[in-house]
Design a protein around this ligand. Structure first.
Ligand code: NAD
Length: 367
């Protein structure tokens, strides 16, 4: 029997609740599809700070790197908001991405028809956008610091201390992520939108030049460019017209949350972070640790369950098992099961409002 090793780093807040749901679904799916999954659970984020004084230990990173794939919940919470920035829970996220060489973040924003009522937009038809976000470069990893300045602003105000964060991208970093954008577009509706700020930023101008130089290799893909400010408007105005969006770390961070929200709830959005082919990927819901609802049973586990489906598809190549989970989620929604976050303003009395456990059971029953 085929057997895979999955590292589970549940994290904080609702992280352990939603990862345990996804693990249950993965176990049930594996037994139906005839393969074995071995789970190695490790502390991460705030939980790891409490136990070991750091959000990601070397040992946990080593377990993740040696696994076939990693399932992550979420990290952070008010308890750790005041810890030193060098060991904050979010630093664990940046370190694991860097440590595992995960340079590409795939965030599908797919609207399930049944959840149209939960979308803040009116009269929208199908939305199926794949945002490919560069994950280990740009401003989040650029040079940063503070320095004293003697300069005076034109109105006479002294500048004082200057804080800076540098956006820098290399040809190599841009090329590998734009190639991924082209490749995913080829497997979908063959439209690639590059989002940048090329009217202002030199790094964005290089994104455009590199995309233009790669275009002849992907003649079947139609390419267009949008400035990020315009892209944020167009996502609201015409979300159904997008296929694949490829963009930098910071723009992807912001736009993927926007795209996610218009599909219904952040509680529905999975993501995958991938590195070089053949290396383990990391799969996590887009949402955070939601400390406001942790321990109440209100957490929607579907984003993490759909992340588990992505794990099966992209890291284990267990396509049938991935389809099985995605179909079960569709059936659950069609059968009227809703956690409170996806009720929207629907007054349909046939809907069944359920907690995290009942939603998980409903998915497993429909595999
Ligand atoms: P959040 O995503 O945790 O929560 C935003 C809102 O969405 C909250 O009202 C929350 O209750 C709701 N929500 C989120 N996930 C839900 C789910 N599965 N089901 C139902 N409702 C859900 O974002 P935030 O409040 O800005 O951040 C809270 C903490 O999470 C912070 O410490 C932040 O740094 C951290 N965070 C972590 C990650 C990550 O681990 N990848 C991502 C974002 C935020």
């Amino acid at each position: 029997m085929k057997s895979y090793n999955i590292a589970v780093i549940a994290g904080d807040g609702i992280g352990p609740e939603v990862t345990s749901s996804a693990v249950e679904v993965l176990k049930a799916t594996a037994s139906k599809c005839g393969f074995e999954l071995n789970f190695d659970e490790r502390l991460f984020g705030g939980a790891s700070i409490d136990a070991y004084g750091e959000p990601l230990t070397e040992e946990t990173l080593a377990v993740c790197k040696a696994s076939d794939a990693v399932l992550l919940g979420a990290v952070g919470g008010p308890k750790w908001d005041k810890v030193d920035p060098s060991i904050r829970p979010e630093k664990g996220l940046l370190n694991i991405r860097k440590g595992m060489g995960l340079y590409s973040n795939l965030r599908p924003a797919l609207m399930f028809e049944e959840l149209a009522a939960a979308s803040p937009l009116k009269n929208i038809s199908a939305i199926d956008i794949l945002i490919v976000r560069e994950l280990t470069g740009g401003i989040y990893f650029g040079e940063r610091g503070r320095k004293e300045s003697d300069e005076i602003l034109p109105d006479g105000t002294p500048k004082g201390i200057v804080a800076y964060d540098v956006e820098s991208y290399s040809v190599g970093e841009i090329t590998r992520i734009v190639r991924q954008g082209f490749t995913y577009a080829q497997g979908r509706n063959k439209k690639l939108t590059v989002v940048d700020k090329a009217n202002v930023l030199e790094s964005s101008r290089m994104w455009r030049e590199i995309t233009e130089s790669l275009k002849p290799e992907y003649p079947d893909v139609e390419v267009d460019y949008l400035y990020v400010d315009n892209a944020s408007m167009q996502l609201i105005a015409r979300p159904s017209s997008f296929d694949v969006i490829v963009t930098s770390n910071i723009f992807g961070d912001i736009l993927s949350d926007e795209a996610g929200q218009i599909t219904g709830s952040i509680g529905m959005l999975p993501s995958a972070s991938l590195g070089a082919p053949g290396t383990p990927g990391l799969y996590e819901p887009v949402h955070g640790s939601a400390p406001d609802i942790a321990g109440t049973g209100k957490a929607n586990p579907l984003a993490t369950i759909l992340s588990a489906a992505m794990l099966l598809r992209w890291s284990l190549n267990e396509v049938k098992a991935a389809d099985m989970i995605e179909n079960a989620v569709r059936k659950v929604l069609a059968d009227g099961y809703r956690t409170v976050d996806i009720l929207g303003n629907s007054s349909d009395s046939s809907l069944k409002v359920v907690d995290t456990t009942k939603m998980t059971e409903a998915v497993i029953a429909r595999l």
